[in-house]
Design a protein around this ligand. Structure first.
Ligand code: 0O2
Length: 212
């Protein structure tokens, strides 16, 4: 990491350019899925889509942690969450439906998957993370770029946002607080499961009253 600051800045800016292109491609894919779901009156499966490119300082810090040289190629090959797209769904089964719809597209290559819904993190964090490669087409070249896609329910998102805020604003090393936060994550998960169960019962009720 003894490269000059201005050289590092240029390399990071180049990598951010590719991250931004891949992020936009990916976001468009989800917007198209959302439009298709709307057409079928199933638009509530996706409540929200948001995206971001990692800041230069976070990229620089991640290179230092991962002992990566600060070059465009090593950033693009070694940092998987430089481009991030987050999809907020209504129900847990929507998370998996959206996963299938997205990964079924033949220009999307799954590189890595972390299912923090089946195996939550020690602190209670739940979300489905997909690292995918998306092709970015420029005037004279095509480059495959990693994008981290996080798919989770509104309840998981609510918990993650507050936990993130608490983590950055405070140093909470107290075991009781950590346990309470984890307990809140379990409560949110229970809510997700109950709402899913309720939706299925209501759907069944509607079907049987229509046919009866
Ligand atoms: P931000 O602000 O969202 O960008 P990796 O080296 O990439 O394989 P990493 O970075 O630990 O390992 O990957 P992981 O576990 O997939 O987590 C990356 C992102 O998931 C984080 O990005 C968060 O967005 C989210 N995340 C993971 N764990 C937690 C958690 O405990 N709480 C919350 N609130 N979010 C979490 P960034 O870069 O940390 O943040």
């Amino acid at each position: 990491m003894n490269q000059s600051l201005s050289h590092c800045q240029m390399e990071i800016r180049n990598a951010q350019f590719f991250f931004e292109c891949a992020m936009k491609e990916c976001e468009t894919k989800f917007n198209i899925l959302l439009a298709e779901l709307s057409l079928k009156n199933e638009h509530t499966a996706i409540q929200r889509i948001s995206s971001r490119v990692k800041s230069s300082s976070s990229i620089f810090e991640k290179c230092r942690k991962k002992k990566l040289s600060v070059t465009t190629d090593s950033i693009l090959n070694g940092i998987f969450d430089g481009a991030g797209v987050r999809i907020i769904c209504s129900y847990i089964d929507d998370v998996y439906r959206i996963r299938e719809m997205f990964l079924g597209q033949d220009d999307v290559v799954l590189v890595k998957e972390k299912n923090y819904i089946q195996c939550p993190k020690e602190n209670g964090y739940r979300s489905l993370h997909l690292i995918v490669q998306i092709p970015v087409f420029l005037s004279t070249m095509k480059k495959k770029v990693n994008v981290e896609v996080q798919i989770r329910t509104a309840a998981m998102d609510f918990w993650a946002n507050l936990e993130h805020e608490l983590k950055y604003k405070n140093e909470y090393k107290d075991m009781t607080l950590i346990q309470e936060l984890k307990h809140c994550s379990e409560t949110a998960h229970l809510l997700d499961k109950e709402m899913l169960h309720l939706r299925d019962r209501i759907t069944l009720f509607n079907h049987s009253s229509l046919s009866g």
